[in-house]
Design a protein around this ligand. Structure first.
Ligand SMILES: Nc1ncnc2c1ncn2[C@@H]1O[C@H](COP(=O)(O)OP(=O)(O)OP(=O)(O)O)[C@@H](O)[C@H]1O
Ligand SMILES: [Mg+2]
Length: 374
């Protein structure tokens, strides 16, 4: 039997747990028609909380309903790519020749085109207008089949702000025209927060915003046990306790712990407590390499020092202790606190307190080589 777990970013897990609420809200919104609030959703969450996998699941749900999907990762140039490549491709593959000719006519005559010209407003950006007119042709054609277009954008960040402005303004127009269109986007919390502050992307603020977080203990157990039993092995009650606790309810760790617990001894029919212990240990080591180190590498020296001061405590730290350890005043320490909260590395933990925000980051910081402490 092959290992059923999928500890790879962007790869759908064997059992996707804890996401029924969002999937249901989205599919209901597709069925309810234009104007349903769940047709625009925004997901934020730390690395490995399952943003990409969430988008994939919703794309699949849309495809099952006959919707076409335009899937993108935020970067500069995607608005033009959608307009010039992805939409023409979809038209070519799914829409009749008559409509295709409209599109080629449009390309030749003018970027604004004849369709929808009366609806254009003077403040329209030419790029918004042209992307919009193509999406109008596509949604017009799909309307005959009672389906629509889903646009998804993963890895939102402010570097792609210009393109995101063009795309979100376009989608906003199409929503207003009550077309069959849906929009989903996802990103790390501080990237999403930065974009929400930007006036060009106001539309994002109206989307239903879900902060993807830890799943429940029960869901973790299901996500571990079901793939094991589906693949003709069993896991003892004690082993399941150990493996589940080891994940700290963090989606990426469900897959990592599952994967390494499974492979501890593939010849054994039952996964034992010893296998689970070994699995958790191997998983946390890899987490350090895959998640903690990349996050720490992007920090400035002072930010790192703040984090190390937090990691000295076994639980939430009092800000006054942190300031004392760093030899700085409270308002100075407060600035680091805000920056690291925005980076998703620490989280507020009650009045005047902070705590590390990623599982095992405390342990990882404590075990880092001493030379990096200075
Ligand atoms: N709900 C879930 N149940 C079980 N496993 C999950 C769930 N969500 C995500 N995973 C697993 O966690 C890992 C990370 O998922 P994903 O790549 O979607 O995270 P992400 O939030 O997009 O991370 P990044 O910020 O790095 O892009 C994958 O191995 C995926 O299979
Ligand atoms: Mg991702």
């Amino acid at each position: 039997m092959g290992n059923p777990f999928r500890p790879t970013f962007g790869v759908t897990p064997p059992v996707l747990v804890g996401r029924d609420e969002q999937i249901e809200a989205f599919t209901e919104a597709l069925d309810d028609g234009p104007g349903a609030p769940g047709r625009a959703m925004l997901f934020s969450g730390a690395r490995g909380t399952g943003k990409t996998v969430m988008l994939n699941a919703l794309e699949d749900a849309a495809r099952l309903r006959g919707w076409l999907v335009i899937s993108q990762t935020a970067r500069s140039g995607i608005a033009a790519e959608m307009r010039d490549t992805q939409i023409p491709d979809l038209l070519h593959r799914h829409v009749s020749g008559i409509v295709r000719n409209q599109l080629s006519g449009l390309t030749v005559t003018s970027p604004v085109g004849g369709l929808g010209v009366t609806r254009l407003r003077v403040d329209d950006h030419p790029e918004v207008a042209s992307l919009r007119s193509r999406l109008e042709i596509l949604t017009d054609a799909l309307a005959e089949h009672d389906t629509g277009v889903l646009i998804t954008i993963d890895e939102l960040h402010s570097g792609a702000r210009r393109d995101l402005t063009v795309i979100t303004q376009t989608v906003q127009h199409l929503f207003r025209e009550e077309r069959e269109i849906a929009f989903l986007a996802a990103g790390l919390p501080h990237d999403v927060a930065a974009l929400l502050d930007h006036p060009g992307t106001t539309f994002l603020r109206r989307a239903e915003h879900y902060a993807l977080m830890a799943v429940t203990d029960e869901e973790v157990r299901e996500a571990l046990q079901v793939p094991i039993e589906d693949n003709e092995r069993t896991i003892s009650a004690e082993a399941l306790d150990i493996a589940a606790a080891g994940t700290r309810r963090y989606p990426f760790l469900i897959q990592l712990v599952g994967y390494h617990t499974w492979r501890a001894d593939e010849s054994a029919a039952e996964i034992t407590a010893a296998h689970a212990r070994q699995g958790v240990k191997a998983a946390t080591r890899r987490l350090g390499r895959l998640v903690h180190e990349p996050a720490l590498n992007s920090l400035s020296e002072v930010d790192l020092r703040f984090l190390l001061a937090v990691a000295q405590d076994d639980g939430p730290s009092r800000m006054q202790d942190i300031a004392r350890r760093l030899g700085v005043d409270a308002s100075y320490a407060g600035q680091y606190r805000r920056r690291l909260i925005a980076a998703g590395l620490v989280a507020p933990a009650g009045y005047g307190k902070v705590d590390v925000a990623i599982p095992y980051l405390r342990e990882h910081l404590r075990s880092r080589p001493v030379r990096e402490l200075t």
